[in-house]
Ligand binder design. Sequence first.
Ligand code: 5GP
Length: 237
Amino acid sequence: MEKKEMLYEGKAKKVFATEDPALCIVSYKDDATAFNGEKKGTIVGKGVVNNRMSNFMFKLLEKNGVPTDFVEELSDRDTVLKKVQIVPLEVIVRNKAAGSFSKRFGVPEGTAFKAPTLEYCLKDDALGDPMINDSQIIAIGAATREELDTIAKYTMKINEVMVAFFKECKVDLIDFKIEFGRLPDGTIILADEISPDTCRFWDVDTQEKLDKDRFRRDMGGVEEAYAEMMKRVGLAD
Ligand code: 5GP
């Protein structure tokens, strides 16, 4: 399968058409942004890590009953995906307090939760991806009640599978963001990516950060953290 015209260029990926109208090819870049594009940089090798790790996770989730847009990995940076219409929501699950949760609610980073949290943000760069609740999502038609129920069900399953998997890799899954899409027949499937760009990964013993927070917070050792995560999940060459 070959790339045809570029359909879309995002902050971290390019998406190309293919000869099959139901499929596209995503190509992962090393470009990194944070804080709604205010902070820009490059994380050398990130595109390879995110492409390979995301594909690995999507295959694991498929095995566990979660439908995804993954079709075939073409190369280190390129993957064939089912074309979907993205549901304009960032779906966020948290197992421990961190980031915006800690800021908003005054709960120290690293505080364990009695149960995971599920929250939604509306995908809208101009508005800064504001938090949105179920009734607001349905009111504006971003998703239907039925779609949200499906999304919540898959999301909790994804958290279960991922927490258990990363525990084996000696990594604490603190939180993550996922996105869903609609196939032409309306079926909801997992889309976008699961990577150190979209998850908080902390070493289980030292609580060292092994994710994009090292870039967001200018902590250094960014490339090393991405490489370490590849090793932990067993994908390092
Ligand atoms: P927070 O709301 O604390 O900033 O982020 C919670 C989790 O969702 C973190 O794992 C973070 O990486 C992910 N996340 C939230 N919003 C975004 C976003 O716009 N882009 C990316 N890549 N990840 C996000």
